[in-house]
Design a protein around this ligand. Structure first.
Ligand code: IMP
Length: 199
């Protein structure tokens, strides 16, 4: 799909719910290709397991996996994080576990965004307890600013696409109440959309 095709498809309609676009199609594509090159070099001679965290990671997982030139396998986990709103509940639950054992595997957890860091902190510890050769994190976005001076400040991912401002963002897998995951870019919702949805 070209950037022109996306531009044509996403003129108006759902796109109008966004106040601004933070990361457009080409910006995402370019950065993800860089991450792919980095992972390809770092894991040369190994066969990593890409572990996508549902649902938010699905576009990133698809695009990232196609720019890693190595034999690899994929698996998915689903965890609960925010419930239906925009604030973290602080409770992480595994809703869908892995299909296979990760013992001895080089695991790369693929996530859409790190916010408080709670989800990935919990996941990383859980996975480390299952005997993998290594566990690293690839997160498309990181709201590093949110964790500054807090307990999980060091919850850093080895691979990060972009630092994200402290705004609630949607698109490219990220949702608000289940919607907007299908936008091919990432942006900030207009406040009227929140007000309307929350009333
Ligand atoms: P954490 O546990 O606070 O780091 O939250 C991680 C999860 O919260 C992500 O995987 C997302 O599902 C969700 N999340 C955090 N920030 C946003 C956002 O700005 N937009 C949409 N979802 C978000």
């Amino acid at each position: 799909m070209t950037a022109e095709t996306y531009a044509e498809i996403w003129e108006g309609g759902l796109r109008n719910d966004l106040r601004e676009v933070l990361f457009d199609v080409e910006t995402l594509e370019t950065r993800i290709a860089e991450l792919g090159r980095q992972i390809t070099a770092d894991y040369a001679g190994r066969e990593p397991l890409l572990l996508g965290i549902l649902k938010g990671s699905y576009p990133f997982m698809a695009d990232l996996s196609r720019v890693i030139n190595l034999p690899l396998t994929v698996d998915f986990m689903a965890v609960s994080s925010y419930g239906a709103g925009t604030k973290s509940s602080g409770v992480v639950r595994i809703l869908k576990d892995l299909d296979r054992s990760i013992e001895g595997r080089h695991v790369i957890v693929v996530e859409d965004i790190i916010d408080t860091g709670l989800t990935l902190h919990y996941l990383r510890e859980t996975l480390r307890g299952r005997g993998p050769a290594s566990v690293e994190i690839a997160s498309l976005l990181d709201k590093k600013i949110v964790r500054k001076g807090k307990e999980l400040e060091d919850m850093d991912a080895r691979y990060v696409g972009f630092e994200c401002p402290d705004e609630f963002v949607v698109g490219y897998g990220l949702d608000f109440k289940g919607r907007y995951r299908n936008l091919p870019f990432i942006g900030v919702l207009r406040p009227e959309v929140y007000a309307h949805e929350l009333s």
